[in-house]
Design a binder for this molecule. Sequence first.
Ligand SMILES: *[C@@H]1O[C@H](CO)[C@@H](O)[C@H](O)[C@H]1NC(C)=O
Ligand SMILES: *[C@@H]1O[C@H](CO)[C@@H](O)[C@H](O)[C@H]1NC(C)=O
Ligand SMILES: *[C@@H]1O[C@H](CO)[C@@H](O)[C@H](O)[C@H]1NC(C)=O
Ligand SMILES: *[C@@H]1O[C@H](CO)[C@@H](O)[C@H](O)[C@H]1NC(C)=O
Length: 444
Amino acid sequence: MIKQGLLSLLALCSARATASVTVRKTDRGTTGYEVDFKYVNTTASRVLIGGGLQPFSDHFHTTLNTRAWYDPHDYKPGDFYVSFGETPDDYQWPYEMANEGDGVWTYTTPLPSGIYSYAYLIDCNYAPNCSIVTGQLVTDPDLPPFQNVQGDQVASSFQVPFDARFQGTDDISANFDYALPAPAEFRGTVKSVNYSSPGSIHPEPDVHHFGLYLPAEYGRVQGKKYPLLYLSHGAGGNGNDWENLGRMSSIIDNLIAEGHIEPTVVVMPSFYNLDDSLPRFIMGNASTTWELPTSQHIRENYQRYLFPWVEQHLDVCSAPSCRAFAGLSWGGRLTYEMYVNATDYFDWFGMFSPATSGPYVDAEGLAANPALARKGLFVAYGLYDSVFDAGRDVQAALDALDIRFLSRITPFGGHYWNTWQDELWWFGVKALWKPFPYTQRTGR
Ligand SMILES: *[C@@H]1O[C@H](CO)[C@@H](O)[C@H](O)[C@H]1NC(C)=O
Ligand SMILES: *[C@@H]1O[C@H](CO)[C@@H](O)[C@H](O)[C@H]1NC(C)=O
Ligand SMILES: *[C@@H]1O[C@H](CO)[C@@H](O)[C@H](O)[C@H]1NC(C)=O
Ligand SMILES: *[C@@H]1O[C@H](CO)[C@@H](O)[C@H](O)[C@H]1NC(C)=O
């Protein structure tokens, strides 16, 4: 488990006390903050930092397919990162570590507000091509990922604060401070949980796993049952992604601290390896495939094993009126599946960059299931999101049936973690646990 402090992200008591990632407030350009990476590897001959770290772009040079390629040393207010786009011919990967001798590698860069996931790429000449699959990626031994079993996650992460003097702009607000640690009394706990799920093939036969967030108050109020949010990862991920790559615990802590939501339990399930009907997928295992289970397959498995287990083992309420399902990308598709086919089990649904495909609900479907119009729905996607069309199509289908929902189109948003942090935050501020059907006053 990692609940890291704001400025000191290093593994304080490790034997390699010299290596670290440190976020420093500088009070000067380009962003007001600098990040020092220090990594020890005596056999490497070149080390790039990749595994999630991206070059920057701005909204004048970003489309659904392309981006600029800025080094954050040249950061300008309004710059942001997206994770797609052709490499320019004169490409130069910004994040190259310097060899200080004795196997010590260092790199320092300013970075703007946000979460950054990263891993070290050893003896790699072209960062976008080096990965766990090519065997050139190692996670930071001094800031290990939040994961259940070694190899479940292949990147670590850190968060950089906002400084309006250097990052403020009228163009775009990219202030992610809601994902920094909340005041101590509001900090919940996050951990991995193994549960009994017959047929599961990971982490061991008949045992499956989820990430669990418990609010600070949990366990302190005799007999209290908490509202329950299921929060799904997307393709190529697992239940620890939301914490490891999106720092969901800080986002939920802050939503609670600021009074946007009441203390809520969050279960982050894992939809791969539920049974052996599909190829196994584990991120750190290069030989696994990305073949995806259908949403129906996942839903039926969760209904059979996960939902009853959670109700039995956690102090959570057991009514639809305090239950929600949300997810990103393929998890947004799964959320749509829950909306249509587990309508009565949940009252709120958050589709974040949903990787859906039609046909969507129509008048006939609504007539057969009128409860579809009486739910708390939130549909969000990024302006530069690879599922932009899908998100719009979901919204158009709901509009056509006069089904009320709340919308968020993230202005700097590609199909990536900064977008999903933004979507989770606004889901909490505007939609989650709010009375519905939504009106123009909801969340005002
Ligand atoms: C150092 O680099 C080698 C490749 O040269 C890699 O196999 C090893 O895991 C790295 N060690 C550490 C501590 O990251
Ligand atoms: C990166 O990988 C792509 C696809 O495999 C390949 O076409 C390209 O030549 C590679 N680029 C470099 C610089 O290695
Ligand atoms: C879950 O089970 C796996 C496999 O037995 C084990 O390695 C892991 O430590 C367990 N996790 C927890 C949180 O108990
Ligand atoms: C819902 O269930 C039906 C029948 O069980 C299935 O055909 C459909 O694919 C499921 N999902 C959606 C989103 O309609």
